[in-house]
Design a protein around this ligand. Structure first.
Ligand SMILES: [Cu+2]
Length: 457
């Protein structure tokens, strides 16, 4: 059903919120969908000696159902929380209406057990996104409470196959169940986060995907792990077309780095032999998935890919926000401000499980990093002054990345991986009003202090 802008505004209870958005409005409504979060079980390791894992699931599947729309669609999703604890859903990478962003305790109250929440928002951008819990995220996402969200757009290249690949690593006990005892481990929170010991793609260990011989395929890689950075290695070159949903300069790669929450879309022209992607960062290449050209009938011509439009950053910056990140094991953080007073790192760690600071403060949803006027060009000047990598995610906006040497990386992202010691500027136009979380997507780091709010008025 197509609505004119005026009809739509009359119809929608959210009219005022929508009219505040900077993007052109709405092509079509899609039917209301339902996402029901429940406890469930999932066999992650095959073999009779292994038990099924106790997971959290949307609509009884891990990952949750593939949500697929067209650019400009108006999404309506009824979230039903049947978990034994409160929850919420964040639509990662969507330039959303603030009240629909799903951050429990910031943009909405957490949805209690037995509670409901209607998410209703337009999709301004095509690309590869995902949705996940944003309440007690370090536990709920580790238990499987996430799924893919794909937005098709008019510039998408023609392909024979379009594969959505959601990659996770689980920390399992010897019996195949989730290792419950290590949830909340201070060691993990002060080091690299909760790293798993069992890798899955779409919930399956080393799945195989049948494709047509000689076909052109699109791979949409999504890192749903709590903390692990993946590096996927391929014997065939893959052309990177988008990062975090947004177009970038097309480059051929045989190794793709994917930090937590990041997405990378690739075009690969398949030959007649199976193609295995290996996880290579661990130093011992491990087969993640295999694409098997066991079918026939490829039709898409392997012509040069059209370059999608890439936005470049504005020439001037209106406001710079310094962000000195410290903490973690082997770090230089001796003390930090927490709940109004300076405390030693020892006290913070032992009594409050807080080990990371922004600008000398242990931060969370209550901490305003900055207040920004609408449409200002803002730079978050990040210095990762720690021994650990951090995948920094900004809600509600995509940003450009300017490296310490002054080079602008191609395209825009919503999550950028800072190596230990790295400095870079994250530059964005603050065109979306509201309270936006800026945090580390290594979910244990977030819980242990790496989160703050940027207010756009
Ligand atoms: Cu981090």
């Amino acid at each position: 059903m197509t609505l004119t802008r005026r009809q739509f505004l009359q119809k929608s209870a959210l009219a005022s919120a929508f009219s505040a958005m900077p993007w052109p409005l709405i092509a079509s409504e899609v039917p209301v969908q339902r996402l029901r979060a429940t406890e469930s079980t999932k066999k992650l390791i095959n073999g009779s000696e292994y038990s099924a894992a106790d997971v959290f699931a949307f609509n009884q599947t891990v990952p949750g159902p593939l949500l697929r729309y067209r650019q400009g669609d108006l999404v309506r999703i009824d979230f039903e929380n049947e978990l034994p604890e409160e929850s919420s859903i964040h639509w990662h990478g969507i330039r959303n209406i603030n009240a629909m962003d799903g951050v429990a305790g910031l943009t909405q109250p957490a949805v209690a057990t037995g509670g409901r929440f209607r998410y209703e928002f337009p999709l301004p951008d095509a690309g590869t996104y995902w949705y996940h819990s944003h309440a007690k995220t370090w536990s709920q996402v580790a238990r499987g409470l996430y799924g893919p969200l794909i937005v098709d757009g008019p510039e998408d290249p023609s392909v024979d196959h379009d594969l959505v690949l959601m990659i996770d690593d689980w920390r399992l006990s010897d019996d195949g169940r989730i290792d419950e005892a290590s949830f909340g481990s201070l060691h993990d929170w002060a080091h690299g986060g909760r790293l798993g010991n069992w890798m899955t793609v779409n919930g399956i260990s080393h799945p195989e995907f049948p494709v047509k011989q000689g076909s052109r395929i699109r791979l949409r890689l999504i890192n749903a792990a709590n903390a692990r950075i993946f590096e996927l290695q391929s014997r065939l070159p893959a052309t990177v077309i988008t990062q975090d949903g947004f177009p970038c300069t097309q480059v051929e790669r045989t190794l793709i780095e994917l930090a937590p929450a990041q997405r990378v879309d690739l075009i690969v022209d398949i030959d007649d032999s199976p193609l295995t992607l290996f996880e290579a960062r661990s130093g011992e290449p491990y087969p993640a998935l295999t694409i098997n050209p066991s079918l026939t009938g490829a039709t898409v011509a392997k012509t040069a890919l059209p370059q999608m439009a890439i936005q470049t950053p504005p020439a001037t910056i209106d406001l710079s926000i310094p962000m000195h990140m410290q903490g973690g094991a082997m770090g230089n953080l001796r003390e930090a401000e927490y709940e109004g007073s300076m405390r030693s790192i020892r006290e913070l760690a032992r009594q409050h499980q807080k080990v990371w600071a922004f600008n000398g403060k242990i931060s969370h949803h209550h901490e305003r990093l900055a207040r920004v006027e609408r449409n200002q060009v803002v730079s978050i000047d990040v210095w990762n002054d720690s021994r650990w990598a951090h995948a920094m995610h900004l809600h509600g906006h995509h940003f450009w990345i300017r490296t310490a040497s002054g080079e602008d990386l191609s395209g825009m992202r919503d999550t950028y991986l800072f190596d230990p010691g790295e400095r870079a500027q994250l530059i964005f136009v603050a065109d979306n009003p509201g309270l936006w979380l800026f945090h580390c997507h290594m979910l244990e780091h977030h819980a242990a202090g790496m989160a703050a709010v940027i207010e756009v008025s």
